[in-house]
Design a protein around this ligand. Structure first.
Ligand code: TPP
Ligand code: DXP
Ligand code: MG
Length: 628
């Protein structure tokens, strides 16, 4: 570690540095960050883009008295390094280590916990209102990206903040990208602003001139500013934000420290809602990341010299199998269309979009809109597939209920990253979907045991003509052979994998292979076990459940799921058996009433007691308890 960074004892020390020191510090922070993230993996490109902005903020403001709210929080590594987490930075995103996003339990400098996009303005406005109620004077700053600005909640926040008129600084960190290319009319608008610095300079000059005229200058400026003839909104940079009640400043070079420090020092004195537009480069200062910002958005470990990641062998990912299957089905059916909410690469829809550009829609970070858009397409006769990460689908609950299920529209929700996702941790685990989707009438919910079954489930989902959810985990498949064609499944029918045994292991999705291994272990230990791949969480195969419940050999039911126990698959089995007065002793395995921390998927499955060995051991213990 080089000098200035090493000598910083508290974040307040950054306030004492000269601008020249800050420039040296920026270089030190970058190489520190690259060195560590190359080993742990993480959101490198977004965080490289905000080094100067973060240093300037810490130079000008007094955190944590002033409040700094990051949007998503994947760009906040400099903030973490400055605020007491430098020495633990090597543990970033590892089990027991520091988290990948700001987290209120980790540091008083993390004013608000994040991970999902577009929340910063609303949260910061809440803090500004509380400050005013308490008669305090601290600054409140929200930093969000141009991608986050495509999210509806960001607009709701702007709308409310502009109306309430409180002292609030919103910094728009515009790097022209989301994870992939940014999309939408707002993104176009920001691009135009970036190309019009001359207007901005002119505006600043006019402001300066008018305000310098004694007595009447300020009045003239305000009158001039109040002209709302449409021309201003269209031609004056930031006119759109100004119409919403913000004072717009920028765009300025977000890597120019002297300019940032000077501007933020002025902004600090201003009143009312301010929107400062800074222009940054994703991956700044590390050539491989500048050249491939999408790859370095969130990356595993890599070689610092080359920027290359170690090649991984193995089965294709669920995402890749989904992508390929959807393209195959869409080639045969013109009615199939696909929608992503800013995750074309992550969900595998990028390849679909390249092949069927007219039938693929990236709507930005707008999960609610994505689902209702799909409902509209379905109402007009199309077969939409909305590919979302399970965790982000939480955003669209009312749309799934009100716009899709209530109207029984044939929308297929393909929920990727379902279950425990690994290093992103509790903000991103997709472990709630069975519980929140199961109560919805008209909904079918299924989960494949492997990547081959994913293909068949997708074909089944598209053939049903009703709302369907298909959820599958992050990462690689099991490694089973993939057939050419598709074999549609019977809805609500389980697959029996082992037909005899006193313990009935009922598993869904990713837990089916684990259940099969656990059954072998149990057999080896002298307890016979049968196994069903339930396939459908809704409708459940009630016929099988009752048949097994009434089978004299069966003494215990065990449900196994990578989901919360509350309201999940096990609850569904329990309800069905209770309603039919067919209850046997039942052991439900899944995730207890807690937010699961970060770690590798394997570590977290073990933490939740869901490895095959742990499943077998927990069943054996339960079994022994029956005789006591
Ligand atoms: C609700 C929600 N949907 C999707 C995501 C996934 N996601 C994380 S960062 C990101 C792009 C954000 O772009 P921007 O705000 O411009 O930040 P940048 O990465 O460019 O710094 C997306 C889509 C998310 N975190 N939250
Ligand atoms: C910050 C964020 O929400 C995304 O960048 C997310 O970390 C991507 O996850 P995957 O790596 O599973 O695509
Ligand atoms: Mg961006």
């Amino acid at each position: 570690m080089t000098q200035i960074l090493q000598e910083l004892k508290t974040p307040q020390d950054v306030r004492k540095l000269t601008v020249r020191d800050l420039e040296t510090l920026a270089a030190e922070v970058r190489s520190f960050m690259i060195k560590h993230v190359s080993k742990t993996g993480g959101h490198l490109a977004p965080s490289l883009g905000t080094v100067e902005l973060t240093l300037a903020l810490y130079h000008v403001f007094n955190f944590p008295t002033d409040k700094l709210v990051w949007d998503v929080g994947h760009q906040a590594y400099t903030h973490k390094i400055l605020t007491g987490r430098r020495d633990r930075f090597a543990t970033l995103r590892t089990k027991g280590g520091i988290t990948g996003f700001p987290n209120r339990f980790e540091s008083p400098y993390d004013a608000f916990g994040v991970g999902h996009a577009s929340t910063a303005i609303s949260a910061a406005l809440g803090m500004a209102l509380a400050r005013d109620l308490d008669g305090k004077k601290n600054a409140v700053i929200a930093v969000l990206g141009d991608g986050a600005l495509t999210g509806g909640e960001a607009f709701e926040g702007l709308n409310s903040a502009g109306d309430l008129g409180r002292n609030l600084i919103v910094i728009l960190n515009d790097n022209g990208r989301s994870i992939d290319e940014n999309v939408g009319a707002m993104s176009e608008y920001l691009s135009k602003l970036r190309l019009m610095p001359q207007y901005n300079r002119a505006k600043r000059d006019v402001e300066h001139l008018l305000k310098s005229i004694p007595h009447i200058g300020g009045k003239v400026y305000r009158t001039a500013s109040a002209i709302k003839d449409g021309v201003r909104t269209a031609l004056v940079p930031g006119g759109l934000f100004e119409e919403m009640g913000f004072r717009y400043l920028g765009p300025l070079d977000g890597h120019n420290l002297p300019l940032l420090v000077e501007t933020l020092s002025q902004v600090r004195q201003m009143r009312g809602p301010i929107l400062l537009h800074v222009h940054t480069k994703k991956g700044k200062g590390y050539l491989p990341a500048e050249q491939a910002p999408e790859k370095f958005h969130g990356i595993g470990c890599f070689d610092v010299k080359t920027g290359e990641c170690p090649k991984k062998q193995g089965a294709p990912t669920y995402t890749a199998v989904f992508s390929e299957a959807l393209q195959q089905l869409a080639a045969a059916d013109q009615g199939i269309v696909a929608i992503t909410a800013a995750m074309p690469s992550g969900t595998g829809l990028k390849a679909f979009g390249e092949r069927f550009p007219d039938r693929c829609f990236d709507v930005g970070i707008a999960e609610e809109h994505a689902v209702t858009l799909a409902a509209g397409l379905a109402a007009a006769g199309k077969k939409p597939v909305v590919a979302l990460y399970s965790t982000f689908a939480q955003r669209a609950y009312d749309q799934i209920l009100h716009d899709v299920c209530l109207q029984k529209l044939p929308v297929v929700l393909a929920l990727d990253r379902a279950g425990l996702v690994g290093q992103d941790g509790p903000t991103h685990h997709g472990v709630f979907d069975y519980s929140y989707l199961r109560p919805l009438p008209n909904m079918t919910v299924m989960a494949p045991k492997d990547e081959a079954e994913l293909r068949d489930m997708l074909a089944t989902a598209l053939s049903l003509g009703t709302p369907v959810v298909l959820r599958y985990p992050r990462g690689r498949g099991v490694g089973v052979p993939l057939r050419e064609g598709f074999s549609p499944l019977t809805v609500g029918r389980a697959e029996i994998l082992r037909a005899q045994g006193s313990v009935a292991l009922l598993a869904v999705g990713s837990m089916v292979p684990a259940a099969e291994q656990a059954a072998e272990q149990l057999e080896a230990d002298g307890i016979s076990a049968r196994v069903a791949n339930m396939r459908f969480i809704k409708p459940l195969d009630a016929e099988l459940l009752l048949r097994w419940a009434h089978d004299e050999e069966v003494r215990v039911f065990v449900t196994i799921e990578e989901n919360m126990l509350a309201g999940g698959f096990g609850s569904a089995v329990l309800e069905t058996l209770a309603d039919e007065n067919a209850l046997l002793p039942i052991l439900r395995l899944g995730i207890g009433d807690t937010f699961v921390e970060q770690g590798t998927r394997e570590e977290l499955l073990a933490l939740c007691g869901l490895t095959p060995q742990q499943i077998a051991a927990r069943v054996e213990e339960f079994w022994k308890g029956l005789d006591d």
